[in-house]
Ligand binder design. Structure first.
Ligand code: B12
Ligand code: SF4
Length: 503
């Protein structure tokens, strides 16, 4: 709901899964429910009557929607094979199967490309025997661990089968496509499940292959989905140089860490010349104590130095701050004042324990809700120190202050040229975004979300422990140093920041 006003991005993961199935000889259709209605979905399956239906469950907040869709699909097509895959459901496959009470035949955990082809092969032989399918979980068995694709170079998303490509945008990058240059993250922040999903492994696409893919993308805007862009200077440089040689001109959005930015300045300067438009930095906290709590492994001064450097690059900079439910009025005020002082766009999310994160196991505060839909880092699912209505009031006030700063009249005047150009090309996503804000950020709406009837409840986390065992969090096996395609010096740099010994 809340991310919708700023962006809507192509379902890259699902396009990759679709591409793998298509390459294996199957006929595939993809419907993106970010921009199409449930009616369209049911119409499609009624007419086409597919043998297999696969839902993507990347976000925990979407779980109830997926369960209801799967149940209705089962009623419509009793003999179809129904599966669910994706990031969030990989951490709770048994729960999904239980909630759907037989409507979902299996959950495929981990990366989807090899999983879907193995599943389709197995179904062609014997539907009752899925034991050999890696990452396949059914009500009566959990198969062998999921496997990685051989090489990221082998993948090319099926961009041609999403129907409404002009609907994808992020801020001024309208329309925008997405691209992946690397997969995984070698860090291990406590609130994040990107590293646990991939088992702290890290793989890259070769610059040649990445440029080949980019050259085929028609959209002028590009969202780079990598968790931390350009961890390694050499890879980032080679990619950039290959793009320059090929004469590709695009505008890019990327996300990275402050310490990576400071370490690889030359790379980001090159990307600025190539068209880098917006950089998102996960600051997470503006105090040392907060950074330690999230095990962000970076000092406050390094973060601020990174901000200063990012500003000097003359690109749009957006930062994220995590609001903790324990915040009182004073804390909100400090953050609000800071947000107004800095020129950056500040995004505020709420500290939320997710299955698959360390916090899920170590957080000692009890969940105040078990409604999946509220696990979207825009709702408080832990007890707030302020009464909940006050907490939301303070939060929304922060967001409103930020919106006035970023989307106020002065900013609008600055954006006017961009807005008119977009309108002339028939792209309206960006303009709509400017008007939607006040309809979405209202404390009473957030509170009302807590009062909705809860149909499916998330299981409670296990009793909290002081330290979670990493091994048990991983979806893909951690292959140690061999699993990380990074050079020795970058590995040392990551380790130094992870151990808190970096200067
Ligand atoms: C890009 C991204 C986004 C994009 C989404 C683009 C899109 N349309 O999918 C945007 C910016 C919109 C976004 C928004 C949000 N995001 Co986000 N996002 C990511 C990020 C960085 C990369 C995802 C990606 O595209 N990876 C590349 C593709 C190729 O991988 P993939 O999508 O995971 O797909 C693979 C597998 O998951 C699997 N798979 C996927 N679908 C299916 C389906 C089947 C059938 C099968 C078999 C397999 C399968 O196979 C694919 C190929 O290997 C991840 C971090 C991460 N590394 O996963 C966070 C992440 C997924 N996001 C996260 C969060 C918190 C959010 C927000 C809630 C934040 C917010 N409030 O704004 C919103 C929620 C949006 C929503 N719709 O509800 C969390 C997930 C939390 C959770 N457990 O739900 C993550 C893990 C980040 C984190 N640090 O913890 N996000
Ligand atoms: S650096 Fe970013 S992607 Fe990596 S573990 Fe931390 S928050 Fe997650």
């Amino acid at each position: 709901m809340y991310s919708k006003i700023y962006l809507r991005l192509e379902p890259l993961g699902l396009e990759l899964v679709a591409a793998a199935a298509r390459e294996a000889g199957h006929s595939v259709r993809l419907i993106d429910l970010q921009c199409e209605s449930h009616r369209n979905f049911f119409r499609l399956i009624r007419h086409w009557r597919p043998d297999v239906i696969a839902f993507s469950g990347n976000y925990l907040a979407n779980v109830p929607e997926i369960i209801d869709l799967a149940r209705a699909t089962r009623a419509l097509l009793p003999t179809a094979f129904i599966s669910v895959g994706g990031h969030s459901v990989s951490f709770i496959p048994e729960e999904i199967l239980r909630h759907t009470a037989g409507a979902v035949d299996c959950v495929l955990i981990g990366e989807g490309e090899t999983a879907i082809t193995s599943l389709l092969d197995a179904l062609a032989k014997d539907r009752a025997n899925l034991r050999e399918v890696p990452g396949c979980v059914t009500l009566d068995h959990r198969g062998t661990p999921p496997t990685f694709v051989k090489s990221l170079d082998d993948l090319l998303p099926a961009r041609d089968i999403v129907r409404h490509r002009r609907k994808y945008f992020i801020g001024q990058l309208d329309p925008a496509a997405s691209i992946e240059f690397s997969r995984g993250c070698p860090w291990d922040c406590v609130f994040c499940s990107a590293w646990t999903f991939y088992g702290r492994n890290y793989r890259v696409k070769t610059p040649e292959r990445a440029v080949e893919e980019l050259a085929q993308v028609r959209e002028p805007g590009i969202f780079i989905v990598d968790d931390v862009a350009f961890i390694q200077a050499e890879h980032g440089m080679q990619l950039g140089e290959a793009i320059a040689r090929r004469g590709i001109r695009k505008r890019y959005y990327l996300e990275t860490r402050g310490d990576v930015l400071l370490r690889n300045k030359k790379v980001f300067e090159l990307w600025k010349r190539l068209g880098l438009n917006t950089m998102f930095l996960g600051l997470e906290a503006i105090d040392e104590e907060g950074l330690k709590r999230y095990r962000k492994r970076i000092t406050l001064s390094k973060n601020f130095e990174a901000l200063k450097y990012a500003r000097s690059l003359d690109v749009n900079v957006a930062v994220n701050i995590i609001a903790d439910p324990s915040w009182d009025r004073e804390r909100f005020k400090v953050v609000r004042d800071w947000c107004l002082e800095v020129p950056e766009v500040v995004n505020i999310s709420i500290n939320t324990p997710y299955p698959g994160t360390e916090t899920w196991h170590t957080e000692s505060r009890r969940l105040t809700t078990r409604d999946y839909r509220l696990f979207d880092i825009q709702h408080a699912v832990l007890p707030t120190k302020l009464p909940l209505p006050e907490f939301y009031k303070e939060l929304v006030e922060c967001q409103r202050v930020l919106a006035r700063k970023n989307l106020g009249w002065a900013a609008l005047r600055q954006c006017a040229g961009v807005a008119i150009r977009k309108l002339l090309c028939g792209q309206t996503n960006f303009i709509r975004m400017l008007w939607k804000f006040n309809n979405v950020y209202r404390p009473e709406l957030q509170l009302a979300d807590h009062r909705r009837r809860v149909k499916y409840e998330i299981s409670l986390p296990p009793p909290s422990v002081a330290t979670a065992q990493h091994r048990r969090l991983y979806i893909h096996e951690n292959r140690g140093r061999n699993g990380r395609q990074i050079d020795h010096r970058t590995e040392e740099f990551v380790n130094a920041t992870r151990m808190g010994t970096a200067s």
